[in-house]
Design a protein around this ligand. Structure first.
Ligand code: CP
Ligand code: NVA
Length: 311
């Protein structure tokens, strides 16, 4: 019987042990940076973008090529999907041509619908709801810098956006503490539900920063939200004063792109605490592991003499 495709869309749907295995593979693949195993020899990835990208596009393209595969980049508007063709037909046709699809699009349910009609893996490369590939690279970076993420205190400042929501999904899976400081008007309706276990969400930036191991922010205005007022974010800017509430060895992270002087000051970006370029590079290694997980165990036969990373 054909195996169901292994999508990478929603972290909560992927078993904790699988996510940890993907991260372990990402660390191993980073060590093989200059001698990458040809795990995806001859396989093809379609990359569909309906939004801008630098890191996601670079990391998926280079990851596929270094592992022996091929990529095809399309924008939604290049495709009949941008016209009148249905998601169902798009999914069924893509499934006959390529071995996996990566998609970046605002509408999260569209990605889930694409997956429901697809016989190949679908990878969420950012929607308005989540950015799971980013969070895998972020956890990898924290592990590199600070050791096991279990028990670490992560603090988020600014918008309750796609990246913040994915950290919320990741916290119980990787057993880290997460404090989010979000302007009051942007607090989610389900704050009471979120405020339990190892997650706390509120509007006090100093409280969130206290004793943190990791200070994280993101753009105040996500793609597609241009024109949004930013005054309410001013108390959430990451500056040296805010950083001084965290542990002395705390690191600063940001998924990028950064708006220098808005969500974070140059002083923090130029300090030894800042690990943003390692974080960006780790998108490549994490992507390789995600691609190998999706494509090696999804009924796709990978021609390789290397050991299957996921057993
Ligand atoms: N962090 C991230 O996803 O960057 P890009 O938008 O450049 O892909
Ligand atoms: N929250 C940002 C992340 C960009 C990688 C956005 O959606 O624009």
């Amino acid at each position: 019987m054909t195996q169901a495709p292994k999508h990478f869309i929603n972290l909560p749907e992927i078993p904790d042990e699988t996510l940890k295995a993907i991260l372990k593979a990402a660390h191993a693949l980073k060590k093989q940076k200059y001698t990458p195993p040809q795990l995806l020899d001859g396989l093809s990835l379609a990359m569909i973008f309906d939004k801008r990208s630098t890191r996601t596009r670079l990391s998926f393209e280079i990851a596929m090529k270094q592992l022996g595969g091929h990529t095809l980049v399309m924008t939604k508007d290049d495709m009949q999907l941008g016209g009148s063709e249905s998601i169902e037909d798009t999914a069924k046709v893509l499934s006959r041509f390529v071995d996996a699809v990566m998609i970046r699009i605002s509408n999260h349910s569209m990605v889930e619908e694409l997956a429901s009609f697809s016989s190949i893996p679908i990878i969420n490369a950012l929607t308005d709801e989540s950015h799971p590939c980013q969070i895998m690279a972020d956890i990898m970076t924290i592990e590199e810098k600070l050791g096991s993420i279990a028990g670490k205190k992560l603090a988020w400042f600014g918008d309750y956006n796609n990246v913040a929501k994915t950290f919320v999904q990741a916290a119980p899976k990787f057993d880290f503490e997460l404090k989010l400081a979000v302007p009051e008007p942007l607090l989610p309706d389900n704050c009471d539900l979120l405020n339990q276990g190892n997650i706390s969400i509120g509007s006090d930036p100093i409280h969130a920063a206290q004793n943190a191991d990791v200070i994280i922010t993101d753009t105040w205005v996500s793609m597609g939200q241009e024109g949004k007022t930013i005054d309410m974010f001013l108390p959430y800017r990451v500056n040296s004063e805010l950083m001084s509430n965290a542990k002395s060895e705390a690191i600063f992270m940001h998924c990028m792109p950064i708006h220098r002087g808005e969500e974070v000051t140059d002083e923090v970006l130029n300090s030894p605490a800042c690990v943003i370029y390692d974080e960006a590079e780790n998108r490549l290694h994490a992507q390789k592991a995600i691609l190998a997980y999706c494509m090696q165990n999804s009924g796709v036969q990978v021609q390789t003499t290397k050991e299957n990373l996921f057993g």
